[in-house]
Design a binder for this molecule. Structure first.
Ligand SMILES: [Fe+2]
Ligand SMILES: [Fe+2]
Length: 185
């Protein structure tokens, strides 16, 4: 039986060469840069793992490379969180589930945040519901993983640099091993 480590290496070694939305980087580079940003911020191992795996939902659907450009919201945050919840604690899966709402939250909460988004993040925001209303913001702030979700979102936006250098996927798996119940060798 394949271990979770094998499963992750297969997904991120193979399908992750898909282009990341409209950016000039692929999914693997985006994942590694996001994990690197979390590590640089001295985040918990669970949040570094969430950063590394936050877009796994893009890699386990069958909607093609860039469904957002065709007006389709792939709901990758929900698909990814469900997949992660079967394999990791809530401290990994729940920030991932909220990383799209966190963008909608930050766009409403911080003047100027929208202007910092990459073009694909701006484009998908409309499909995802646009900035939150004050009522939605208040409800979002009460969620248990609110703080982690907004941190993850900032790592996500900082992870789209075509020239950034990072450690390898296997390097960041040590964080997954520190928090994953099932990541046996
Ligand atoms: Fe995402
Ligand atoms: Fe992302």
């Amino acid at each position: 039986m394949a271990t979770l480590r094998d499963e992750l290496l297969e997904i991120f070694g193979g399908r992750a060469t898909r282009r990341y939305g409209l950016a000039r980087i692929n999914q693997l580079q985006h994942a590694l840069q996001c994990a690197a940003a979390a590590e640089a911020a001295s985040a918990e191992p669970s949040l570094i793992t969430a950063a590394l795996l936050h877009d796994v939902g893009h890699m386990i659907h069958a909607l093609g490379e860039d469904p957002a450009s065709h007006g389709i919201d792939d709901r990758h945050e929900e698909q990814g969180a469900r997949w992660l919840a079967e394999r990791f604690p809530a401290s990994v899966s729940e920030p991932v589930r909220l990383h799209v709402p966190a963008k909608r939250y930050l766009c409403a909460a911080e003047p100027g945040y929208f202007a910092t988004l990459s073009s694909d993040s701006m484009q998908s925001l409309t499909l995802q519901g646009g900035p939150m209303s004050p009522e939605e913001m208040a409800a979002f702030e009460r969620l248990p993983w609110f703080t982690e979700a907004t941190k993850l979102r900032r790592f996500d936006e900082a992870a789209k640099d075509p020239h950034a250098r990072t450690e390898s996927f296997e390097y960041y798996l040590k964080y997954a091993e520190a928090c994953g119940r099932h990541l046996a060798h």
